[in-house]
Design a protein around this ligand. Structure first.
Ligand code: PBG
Length: 321
């Protein structure tokens, strides 16, 4: 076995998976203001950017060949309400960001999350009635949210809310408004995970959520057959692509989904995964570049067609070097 590992060239020749810039999707956080950047303490190296700087950042991503970015808004606290109605405002932060990016670049993909958590005072992804996150009423609002984002120029609508039936409803709603060219990337197998902690710091939903959790709609980390049912439903409802999230602790799910359906399958190296690697690297306990590459190759090996990663820009630079 060691002959095939004996030199770098033969290791390259016998490599079963490989990573390229085409595999990267870069999530970015946007905030209000001009020429403003705010570091996210639990995600060293990640900053929230005002729209003008976000557009600059996207220019960098584009120059490096990154195919797509995903935009996440930091909603000012005064705009949060129990029903999250700011989500459906055509001039909200995320819509203004998408328009600004698209004015400058029409040839990089822009992905927007559909879920109410950046906009609700309780930090849940849906509308709450008598302590319950209600499904169908939430789906109606999600359709409006998807609509304003699509109208702003978003290429891929990515529902991350885990309500039932939202993919079909959003597809129908978009088609009815002549937005049939907008794609749907379903966060199909999204688990109720503690690895989202730093993201909730970044978008400022952590305080809103408090000690509550999302276990009545996000998946139980113990389950895998259920992920296949979720993906199957989303494909039947019209998803163009599907996602498994978190990433590294759920690579078995990525593998099963890709094998069972063969559809474009993405994985999300979430904020907590980034924080673990980055935090350890900052202590000099891990080699950042090496663990970053190894983690990316593991996604590819599991069958992912692409990875959402906060380190996308850095990885793209390393791939060029
Ligand atoms: C919103 C959303 C979350 C993430 C992406 N979209 C958080 C959550 O569901 O609580 C997490 C991303 C990350 O941790 O990097 N629904």
């Amino acid at each position: 076995m060691r002959r095939n590992r004996s030199a770098e060239w033969v290791r390259r020749l016998t490599s079963e998976s490989s990573l390229s810039v085409n595999d990267l999707i870069w999530p970015i956080f946007v905030q209000e203001g001009y020429s403003e950047r705010t570091p996210v303490p639990s995600m060293p190296g990640v900053e929230r950017l005002s729209i003008d700087l976000a557009v600059e950042a996207v220019s960098q991503a584009k120059a490096l060949g990154i195919p797509a970015v995903a935009v996440f808004p930091v909603t000012p606290a005064e705009l949060k309400t129990p029903d999250g109605k700011e989500a459906t405002n055509p001039d909200n932060l995320v819509c203004r960001t998408v328009r600004a990016i698209k004015e400058r670049h029409d040839d990089i993909g822009v992905i927007c999350d559909v879920a109410l958590d950046p906009y609700t005072t309780h930090g849940q992804d849906g509308i709450v009635r008598n302590g319950k996150i209600v499904n169908d009423e939430t789906v109606e609002v999600l359709c409006q949210q998807a609509f304003v984002q699509a109208r702003a120029g978003c290429d891929i609508i990515a529902p991350s809310d885990m309500m039932d039936g939202r993919i079909g409803a959003i597809r129908t709603a978009l088609d009815a408004e002549s937005l049939q060219d907008v794609s749907l990337l379903a966060y199909s197998a999204k688990y109720a995970s503690a690895f989202y902690g730093p993201f909730r710091d970044a978008v400022g939903s952590a305080q809103n959520l408090g000690t509550a959790d999302k276990r009545t709609y996000q998946m139980n980390p113990a389950n895998t057959d259920e992920a296949l049912r979720e993906v199957e439903l989303d494909i039947a409802e019209g998803a163009d692509m599907v996602m498994v999230k978190p990433g590294m602790p759920y690579l078995d799910i990525v593998r099963r989904v890709k094998e069972a359906f063969g559809v474009p399958t993405f994985a999300y190296q979430v904020s907590g995964e980034y924080a673990m690697l980055r935090g350890a690297a900052e202590q000099d306990w891990l080699d950042w570049d090496e663990v970053l590459f190894e983690s990316m190759v593991s996604f590819k090996r599991a069958g992912a067609d692409g990875v959402f990663t906060y380190a996308a820009l850095e990885i793209a630079k390393l791939l060029r070097a």
